[in-house]
Design a protein around this ligand. Structure first.
Ligand SMILES: Nc1nc2c(c(=O)[nH]1)N[C@H]1C(S)=C(S)[C@@H](COP(=O)(O)O)O[C@H]1N2
Ligand SMILES: [Mo]
Length: 198
């Protein structure tokens, strides 16, 4: 990025590296298919279910006892907005997966309310994905998936399931909600993988 006049007030759109076909937004649009889910931290839990073997479940307090990280990332929505430098706090999926033994290569992420999205396991581990519960220093707003959402910033934002409830491990890949309606199975914004066939 080059330092230009006005740099300290706003990002110069010519000076930042955006994925193809994206433009900057300074707001934080809300995109939800269906109703906002109201889940209290008392009822919230997160479960990883291997295809064979024992599911592992974390309550809210158990998640809070895990080491958390501050996460500073750019996010890219398939509807073409990109938001730079968002700041989150959450627990890396690596921390949850330390307790999971699985030979399965694929995952299905499930949300309260029934939303689903599919990801290869390797996109959830290696410091690339988190269960996020704070945004810009505040508890995550319910419209944005609070009390906790998946955050997978290297893929289009539909993969970042709001009101996340659990992950099931799968031997074979299957489409989630939007993937079943023609969105790309993987969704890399830098390759502009918006729709199936892109
Ligand atoms: N549970 C759930 N998660 C979801 C969605 C949804 O409809 N339900 N929409 C997805 C889509 S298409 C996008 S672009 C982002 C939007 O997140 P935001 O509303 O925080 O901007 O959430 C993703 N996660
Ligand atoms: Mo989206």
């Amino acid at each position: 990025m080059t330092i230009s006049r006005g740099f300290f007030g706003h990002h110069d759109p010519d000076a930042v590296d955006l994925p193809p076909g994206q433009h900057l937004t300074h707001g934080f649009p809300v995109l939800t298919a269906g109703p906002t889910q109201l889940v209290s931290t008392e009822e919230w839990s997160f479960t990883i279910t291997p295809e064979s073997g024992e599911p592992k479940r974390w309550s809210w307090n158990e998640m809070m006892a895990l080491p958390s990280e501050e996460i500073n990332v750019d996010i890219h929505c398939v509807t073409r907005w990109t938001k730079l430098g968002t700041q989150w706090r959450g627990v890396a999926l690596d921390t949850f997966f330390e307790d999971i033994e699985t030979d399965d290569d694929y995952t299905m992420v499930h949300s309260y309310g029934g939303y689903t999205t599919n990801l290869p396991l390797e996109d959830l581990v290696g410091g690339k994905a988190w269960i996020a519960y704070e945004y810009e220093g505040e508890p995550l707003d319910v419209e944005h998936g609070g009390p906790a959402r998946l955050l997978v910033p290297h893929l289009y934002f539909w993969k970042s399931a709001k009101w996340v409830k659990g992950i099931t491990m799968q031997r074979f890949d299957e489409p989630g909600f939007w993937e079943g309606f023609g969105y790309h199975n993987y969704g890399d914004p830098w390759r502009e993988e918006r729709h199936a066939g892109d």
